[in-house]
Ligand binder design. Structure first.
Ligand code: HEM
Length: 404
């Protein structure tokens, strides 16, 4: 078709080159060789790589109606994973995204902040304990436990301490869901049809007993919230409320709520979500929130530790803002410098001064997309940013961190 690109091998396409060179290096390498638009092959699928910023904007925003779907990983084609936002296509995706978007808005996030704060203060006591004994911390694992506890608190209203209590059934099943059966991963990527066949005899990437555990936990939690005997500030409560609220009453957070652009071609027969759709998305929130939040947070802390000047500045800001009052939603917004560090860590690994609000406003909207852009962008961006910011901020209060 005249699209330039590296030569593929049968069945596996360019996958081996990607594994050999690593995902961080391979794309800049190919960009240099083939320019801003080129084609590669993944097993069973051709992929067009675009790094022209205007064209990205065209595809992700202006012509979104022609490009509403993403490639679905094999594990997400199999029940109960096949009805979440990542897996859904066309009208069903638009419907589910439309129902879920208001529950992730900045307004609704305020209700979730107390749960994040509880986990952040637990993180601080865990750090303090380790500091007393001089025990080393494996940062990624530590931040992973924080992300896990935040998701448990924010989605289910459950308090867990996955660092201290990894055998808690909730934590055990959540890790099963997040990591899946790693040894099946290569098969899922290279021979998807075989993976689907194996799933028919019960051998799935995500263990069924853990998916079932969350199906039952979600059903029970929803029942409780629908009876309205107690108010919970968690996602499931917000979902129950969203089902009842009239569209006009819902506040619109334009960055993640694109309902006005999501015109479905057919009428949806149900107003809210089906039990399968709810369960599938709850499972996705573990996968979508765990790795992203813990990676952003651990790189931020790592980079700050390696740059004492930046650490000092971030610490000063945190002490000024967090020291005075209990943290709330507005506190996270006041941590401007920490937010810059977080963004810089998400861009590469060294905090610098590139992400000031002014610099952000001045550059091309598609030049830095940690959460994607357009109607299919990250629905959890507010939650992810608040989680990583509160978590990193809590570790930075003066009494808990110093550069060595
Ligand atoms: C620092 C944290 C996070 C980062 C960097 C991040 C990044 C991303 C990116 C790059 C995408 C793809 C966007 C696109 O295709 O344009 C995405 C999608 C998504 N993310 Fe996140 N994410 C984060 C946190 C979260 C959290 C906390 C949740 C939920 C609890 C979440 C749920 C999702 C979902 C459901 C999608 C699919 C949206 C759809 O297709 O409609 N993310 N995220």
């Amino acid at each position: 078709m005249g699209v330039p690109g590296p030569t593929p091998v049968p069945v596996f396409g360019n996958m081996f080159t990607m594994i050999r060179k690593g995902l961080v290096d391979i794309f800049p390498f190919w960009n240099k060789q083939y320019g801003k638009i080129y084609g590669i092959f993944m097993p069973m699928a051709p992929v067009l790589i675009i790094s022209d910023l205007d064209l990205i904007k065209e595809v992700a925003i202006k012509k979104f109606q022609s490009f509403p779907n993403r490639q679905i990983p094999t594990a997400f084609k199999i029940k109960p994973w096949n009805t979440n936002l990542l897996a859904l296509r066309d009208d069903q995706w638009k419907h589910v995204r439309g129902v879920l978007s208001p529950t992730f808005s900045s307004g609704k996030l305020k209700k979730m902040i107390p749960a994040i704060e509880r986990v952040a203060s637990n993180l601080v006591s865990n750090v303090t304990e380790k500091a007393k004994t001089g025990e080393m911390i494996e940062l990624k694992e530590f931040c992973g436990c924080f992300a896990m506890d935040v998701i448990a608190g924010v989605v289910f209203g459950i308090q867990v301490d996955s660092l201290k209590d990894p055998k808690d059934p909730f934590v055990y099943h959540a890790y099963n869901v997040i990591f899946g059966r790693q040894w099946l991963q290569a098969l899922y990527v290279t021979l998807p049809f075989l993976a689907i066949l194996l799933s028919k005899i019960g051998l799935t990437y995500f263990p069924k007993e853990s998916s079932d555990f969350f199906y039952n936990a979600t059903e029970a939690a929803l029942k409780e919230r629908r009876q309205e005997t107690e108010k919970f500030g968690d996602f499931l409560q917000l979902l129950v409320e969203a089902e009842k609220e009239q569209e006009t009453q819902q506040e619109i957070d334009a960055e993640i709520d694109h309902r006005s652009h999501l015109h479905t071609s057919s009428q949806q027969t149900h107003k809210g979500l089906t039990p399968d759709e709810i369960n599938s998305n709850v499972l996705l929130f573990f996968v979508g929130g765990y790795e992203t939040v813990s990676t952003a947070m651990s790189y931020t802390l790592f980079c700050l530790a390696a740059n004492p000047e930046c650490l000092h500045k971030a610490q000063q800001e945190v002490d000024e803002k967090l020291g005075k009052k209990p943290a709330d939603y507005s506190t996270a917004n006041e941590l401007v410098y920490l937010d810059m560090c977080l963004n810089e860590a998400m861009r590469m690994f060294t905090p610098a001064f590139l992400h000031t609000p002014e610099a952000r406003a001045a550059r091309h909207p598609c030049s830095f997309l940690p959460f994607g852009i357009g109607p299919r962008n990250c629905i959890g961006m507010r939650l992810g940013t608040a989680g990583a910011s509160h978590g990193s901020g809590s570790c930075l209060t003066k009494s808990h961190s110093r550069a060595v």
